[in-house]
Write a protein that binds this ligand. Structure first.
Ligand code: SF4
Length: 361
């Protein structure tokens, strides 16, 4: 696909078409494999650093292809080792990506990259910083992919994370084609070969798109942000519930799980006095059991300018206990990253406000 400046994205190329292209342009056939290894195994995305290639081939590649789009432009690091990074796009706008660190079962540290898919968001969830300045645009496939590539190390040929969650700024299923292309390039065995089970896509509940996933070749994990277990509570904080109330959303998730044979995760941000009640816990348990879903309970990170507050610890513990007593598989997440604006979209919003970017463009 053509990128701005008339170049095409290297990552859209299949190996055999790339090999043919090199031969047609007078390069030896074996060079294609060399380039492929430089990019996909060694993770070198700067053509000038592909020093094993002749200068003529490097010039050809630089002239013809775009490798990355956007760059890491700064970030913060919290006391609990959560890292949040700004990613600057070619039009000067910002999204954010986060590296979350958590202990794994073997006593090591597992790192998860959280990627963004849109500048701003049109879904209007009332508790979310990403939606405060409205929706600006979809990220391109290259911009989505480049967030992950910016955490690759050419000296080791490795990514600095083990898992990916697509749950940063934006609603991924509202940028369906670009998101799917980027994830498939990461997963492609001939390309980055990043395991499908290590990638989770999170949606606020676009039931029509979940049904589309249910009937397509979607090898990744799915998480759905529920945040309300009845229509009145969910509708209070998530406008998407008007289009897709629970009686449409839950059967769509059910169909996805049945067709794809995969357990879905239900995300539930606990907000004081809104959804942290025993009644919500019991209603959530009913949905989770019907879907055979795992529930992630997440303490809300307050967003400046918004009225919502984190549910107190005693409410969160009581909520989790109800789920566990009702035999629902559930994780109560500890508070992570609240000191680095880790609520979805907060850092990019703050930066846009400070630099005057985003709104005026
Ligand atoms: S929570 Fe997600 S879907 Fe909702 S407004 Fe924020 S970014 Fe958009």
């Amino acid at each position: 696909m053509a990128q701005p400046g008339g170049k095409t994205s290297f990552f859209d190329e299949g190996f055999s078409s790339f090999e043919s292209l090199l031969v047609e342009n007078g390069f030896e056939k074996y060079r294609a494999r060399q380039v492929w290894q430089s990019v996909y195994e060694r993770k070198i995305f700067d053509v000038s650093a592909m020093t094993s290639l002749p200068a003529g081939l490097r010039a050809f590649l630089a002239d013809r292809f775009e490798f990355v789009s956007g760059r890491r432009a700064g970030g913060s690091r919290s006391a609990d080792d959560t890292g949040k990074f700004l990613f600057e796009l070619s039009d000067g706008r910002y999204v954010e990506c986060v590296i979350l660190e958590a202990p794994d079962e073997d006593g090591g540290i597992r790192k998860t990259l959280c990627m963004s898919t849109q500048v701003g968001c049109a879904q209007g969830c009332r508790f979310c910083a990403s939606t405060m300045r409205g929706f600006k645009r979809n990220l391109t496939c290259a911009e989505i992919l480049s967030q992950a590539l910016s955490f690759a190390d050419p000296s080791t040929g490795k990514f600095s994370f083990e898992n990916i969650v697509v749950m940063g700024m934006g609603e991924p299923l509202a940028n369906f084609d670009n998101v799917m292309r980027a994830l498939k390039i990461l997963n492609d065995a001939d390309k980055f070969n990043f395991g499908a089970r290590r990638i989770t896509l999170s949606t606020c509940g676009l039931a029509d798109k979940i049904l589309q996933l249910a009937h397509s070749d979607f090898p990744f994990r799915l998480a759905v942000s529920l945040h309300g277990a009845t229509n009145d509570v969910r509708g209070q904080i998530m406008p998407v519930n008007r289009r897709f109330p629970l009686e449409k959303l839950v059967p769509a998730i059910e169909e996805f799980s049945k067709n794809c044979g995969r357990m879905t995760t239900l995300e539930f941000i606990l907000i004081e006095g809104v959804n942290d009640t025993p009644g919500q816990a019991r209603a959530l348990a009913k949905i989770a059991k019907r879907l055979h879903a795992h529930v992630n309970l997440i303490p809300y990170n307050s967003v400046g300018g918004l009225q919502w507050r984190r549910s107190p610890l005693k409410n969160r513990l009581a909520f989790a206990k109800i789920l566990k007593d009702l035999k629902v598989s559930c994780t109560l997440r500890r508070e992570k990253g609240s000191d680095i604006d880790a609520a979805c979209g907060q850092l990019a919003l703050k930066t846009a406000q400070e630099r005057g970017a985003g709104e005026s463009r």
